[in-house]
Design a protein around this ligand. Structure first.
Ligand code: AMP
Length: 429
């Protein structure tokens, strides 16, 4: 099936082409027609299945078709509730991309940042709001947000909102939204409390269940290198010196990080190109086709830019940085091991990323084997309990220049990972 066959409007199809989406994922195939038909939806699916587009594409279509008929003031017509800031921003970014050729506006309302910019965005008007419950409640209490015109409500990762103790806030918010609306409800699991909510909120919903591709993930050989930030580049070069690695997709957290990795690889004659949001569409396309043809051995990407990259027979994925959203890890490594091929996923974990590793292992339900015998073992010995957020960077060692090995020190060995995790505190999720 193609997106054309889903009866999407040209403005959306154009955006999907730009994002390099060619084929709808199963959840998109099943959800888009149902949502376009105005039905409530119950989706049992995790991040990584394409569920964001599954709900946002039909929302964009429904809202923009209305907009062309009426020329009234811009009002919040769709509200998307999601548990974490990262997810909210990711969804806002996706919707921004999918709706770029429409006149719709979307805005994220999340905690942990100043409220001012969000107030301004609300004042200017938004058609779609993606919010975390806490900040939304604050704005509602201050009477700075009007939810009376919401027609489509999305509850994303409802089970996680329950786990994180947001369910009362969520109920309070729903109480302020018109009862006559379309509701799209997503949850990876269905504990009794969630089932109760589903019964209370959804009217004759279409049910879509997507089984996670755990088989694929199981087929991928995963490993972790505990390595100091200062030595990641050396570690990468060391790994890529193995000529049997025909192609590797390397993920970095930032665009600058991606450029830096490319520069340092090129310096030692490993062919590499970066693909990220600061590159023009043409140079992204070129980098991708060079990588696919084998002209470039290493493609270095950020998550956003890697979206839509579809490469069969990719042998290695290397996480230069671990993602803070565990589902992103699953999605990244799922780039290899496709179509029955086996794949290798290598991840570097620096001290600050230990909480992310803990979240990932929790999600995939197993410990990723650690490679102990390598030239750049982690030298830092601080306790992970102190290793979060800004504290982490305060304790981190001064970053050394890449491509220059930090001298191994005679520090006492790190505690076993099992002990870190027992003590490790929660991440921002
Ligand atoms: P999600 O589950 O919505 O977080 O999506 C996971 C990732 O898949 C995101 O990076 C999306 O941009 C990407 N994606 C979603 N749908 C498609 C598609 N039909 N083709 C290619 N990439 C997609």
């Amino acid at each position: 099936m193609t997106f054309n066959e889903l009866n999407l409007i040209p403005a959306i199809l154009k955006a999907l082409t730009k994002e390099n989406y060619t084929t709808p994922t199963p959840i998109q195939e099943q959800s888009i027609p149902a949502v376009l038909a105005g039905r409530d939806l119950l989706g049992c699916a995790q991040t990584g299945t394409g569920k964001t587009a599954a709900f946002s594409l039909p929302i964009i279509q429904l809202l923009s078709q209305q907009q062309s008929k009426t020329h009234t003031q811009r009002r919040i017509r769709s509200l998307i509730l999601t548990p974490t800031r990262e997810l909210a921003l990711q969804i806002a970014e996706n919707i921004g991309a999918y709706s770029q050729y429409t006149t719709l506006r979307c805005s994220a309302i999340v905690g942990g940042v100043s409220q001012k910019a969000q107030e301004r965005a609300l004042h200017q008007g938004a058609d779609i709001i993606i919010a975390t419950p806490g900040r939304l409640i604050d704005l509602m209490n201050q009477k700075r947000i009007d939810l009376q015109h919401v027609q489509i409500l999305v509850l994303d990762e409802a089970d996680r909102m329950l786990d994180m103790g947001f369910i009362h806030d969520v109920k309070k918010i729903i109480a302020k939204i018109p009862a006559k609306r379309q509701t799209l409800f997503f949850s990876a699991t269905m504990p009794p409390e969630i089932t109760k909510m589903v019964k209370a909120l959804l009217v004759n919903p279409v049910k879509v269940e997507i089984i996670p591709e755990s088989n694929t993930v199981d087929r991928i050989r995963q490993s972790i290198y505990m390595v100091d930030k200062a030595n990641k580049q050396n570690q990468l070069i060391h790994i890529l010196q193995d000529k049997s690695i025909a192609s590797a997709l390397v993920f970095t957290r930032t665009k600058h990080g991606a450029d830096r990795v490319v520069r340092d690889l090129m310096r030692v004659n490993i062919s590499a190109q970066a693909i990220h949001g600061n590159k023009s569409q043409n140079s992204r396309q070129l980098a991708l086709s060079n990588f696919k043809s084998g002209a470039t051995r290493v493609l270095v990407a950020t998550d956003i830019a890697a979206r839509g990259i579809d490469i069969d027979e990719l042998s290695h994925v290397i996480n230069f940085n671990l993602p803070n959203i565990p589902e992103t890890y699953v999605h990244r490594i799922g780039r290899t091991g496709r179509a029955g091929h086996s794949g290798v996923a290598i991840s570097f974990c620096e001290m600050d990323e230990i909480p992310f590793l803990k979240d990932i292992e929790k999600l995939i339900g197993k410990t990723i084997p650690e490679v102990k015998d390598h030239p750049y073992p982690m030298q830092m010995t601080a306790q992970p309990a102190k290793m979060q957020g800004s504290t982490a960077s305060a304790v981190a060692t001064k970053p050394a220049r890449p491509a220059r090995p930090a001298k191994p020190k005679a520090n006492p060995p790190l505690k076993p990972r099992s002990e870190w995790f027992r003590k490790g505190s929660k991440t921002s999720r």
